[in-house]
Write a protein that binds this ligand. Structure first.
Ligand code: SF4
Length: 460
């Protein structure tokens, strides 16, 4: 089937990771631009594969290039609503190609080609051919398909604009519905290939955490393939409307996570938050010192006020884990009226990167817009506390008196021995803390929350 492709094409290569040591080139990703899109058309020149821009043979070792994949499909049973779900399969199918690694989705894609693949004569044209055949196989309703791959910077830039317009049309459509308007939610198991216990729950108010699949997309996918990775969940009885806990959702998650996760709150990071696979566009994280929540998105390269970047945080809560205080989410969910509603929604959000804040500014209540700090206002807990106090952020009304006491102690440069002993101040929460112990052992604390009777803050 793939005789004219010089590398193997098979699901067995799906987990292949291409590290810098054996990377020939990087395509798109955080240091460049890129996008992927599947579009349903009335007619398409079947089997056409085009590469616009430099091919692998014209690229230089270790360089980073813009990259885009545009797939056009036609078929009498194809509907526009299916585009997102078919597009989401690009991740999996690209990874079938030995020596080609694809991460993320939409305009967040990040790909690499290995040195071995280059040496074998692999070209982007081969990727296009493989996708063309694989998509036809996976989706028999595709009657004709063409694949265009772009590495030319101007072409990718132009395509990126088209792709973003298309994403926005898809996303805004889903904003018209709310969880109360439907009787059915959907589950998605597509990411179980790398996060075996992860089950995504997709509702009108909670777009999947990859940001690529909304409730309408799931409905179309289920209609097309009822035995596929997207399945129906009758909404059934609601246990807690505020937290977004449903009897049938819990049962579906328990069944499909092999009992690993038994309860899920759709709209909270506390208690039983939604599990996180690895494709999430952003992470919500609890900041115990201030009893508030921060959000960091994949594009943000700096450190959060917790002192760690997105990548470290993602590493701690991905893989299908349910980690209290952390939840992977889509940027679109931040536009939902139910966004973390059980935790206070935006009135509990105290920090997020500037670019992210700008992209969701219209969805942040007006009176809170200047009260949420960004990296420009605060890069540490100390600076964040000062900012919140200056702006009179409502979260301060929630902050335990003990934290305020600690702040006073800090400012007076005295020791906390003078502060009253209380029931305990939350000083740290982490999905995993590893401590060295005697005899060559390590003690690993899972989902640890550390409280202290006293907080002693010393000026260096
Ligand atoms: S993140 Fe969720 S909705 Fe998106 S592909 Fe993975 S399992 Fe499906």
């Amino acid at each position: 089937m793939f005789e004219d492709i010089p590398v193997d094409v098979s699901p067995m290569h799906e987990g292949e990771r291409i590290r810098s040591a054996n990377m020939f080139v990087e395509l798109a990703g955080p240091k460049s631009i890129g996008a992927e899109l599947v579009q349903v058309k009335d007619s398409v020149e079947d089997g056409k594969v085009e590469v616009i821009g430099p091919e692998i043979s014209e690229m230089e070792q270790g360089q980073i290039y813009p990259f885009a994949i545009n797939v056009e499909i036609a078929g009498s049973e194809l509907e526009e609503e299916l585009e997102s779900v078919i597009e989401r399969r690009l991740h999996e199918l690209c990874n079938y190609v030995q020596g080609f690694m694809h991460l993320n989705q939409r305009d967040q894609i990040w790909c690499r080609v290995s040195t071995e693949a280059r040496d074998a004569g692999f070209m982007l044209e081969h990727l296009g051919k493989a996708l063309s055949v694989l998509f036809r196989e996976e989706f028999p309703i595709i009657e004709s398909i063409s694949v265009t791959i772009m590495t030319d910077e101007d072409a990718v830039k132009e395509f990126l604009e088209t792709a973003r317009e298309k994403y926005e049309i898809r996303d805004s459509r889903a904003r018209e519905l709310s969880d109360e308007d439907v009787d059915v939610f959907y589950g998605c198991l597509m990411c179980q290939s790398f996060a075996p216990t992860h089950v995504c729950i997709v509702t009108p108010d909670r777009t999947a955490l990859c940001g690529a699949i909304n409730w309408f997309d799931c409905r179309a996918a289920y209609k097309m393939d009822p035995d596929g990775p997207i399945f129906e969940i009758q909404k059934g009885d609601v246990i807690d409307p505020e937290k977004g806990e449903y009897e049938n959702v819990n049962a579906a998650v328990a069944e499909n996570s092999q009992g690993t996760t038994e309860r899920v709150y759709l709209h909270s990071v506390f208690g039983y938050p939604h599990t996180s696979c690895g494709c999430f566009e952003a992470v919500a994280f609890y900041i115990p010192e201030l009893d508030g929540i921060g959000i960091v998105n994949r594009d943000f390269r700096g450190e959060t006020p917790l002192g760690i970047p997105f990548s470290a945080m993602a590493g701690q809560c991905s893989g299908g884990k349910q980690v209290e205080g952390f939840s992977g989410l889509s940027l679109e969910y931040m536009r939902s009226p139910k966004f973390l509603q059980a935790d206070g929604g935006y009135s509990r959000i105290i920090w997020m990167p500037k670019d992210l804040k700008e992209s969701v500014i219209d969805f942040i209540p007006e009176d809170l817009r200047d009260k949420i700090a960004t990296e420009v206002d605060a890069t540490s807990i100390k600076e964040l506390r000062r900012f919140l106090r200056e702006k009179e952020h409502p979260v301060l009304e929630r902050a335990p008196a003990e934290v305020e006491e600690a702040e006073v102690v800090e400012e007076e440069e005295t020791h906390a021995e003078e502060a009253p002993v209380t029931e305990g101040i939350p000083v740290m929460a982490s999905p995993e803390i590893s401590l060295p112990a005697a005899g060559g052992f390590r003690i690993i604390l899972k989902n640890a929350k550390i409280y202290a009777e006293k907080v002693i803050i010393k000026r260096k």
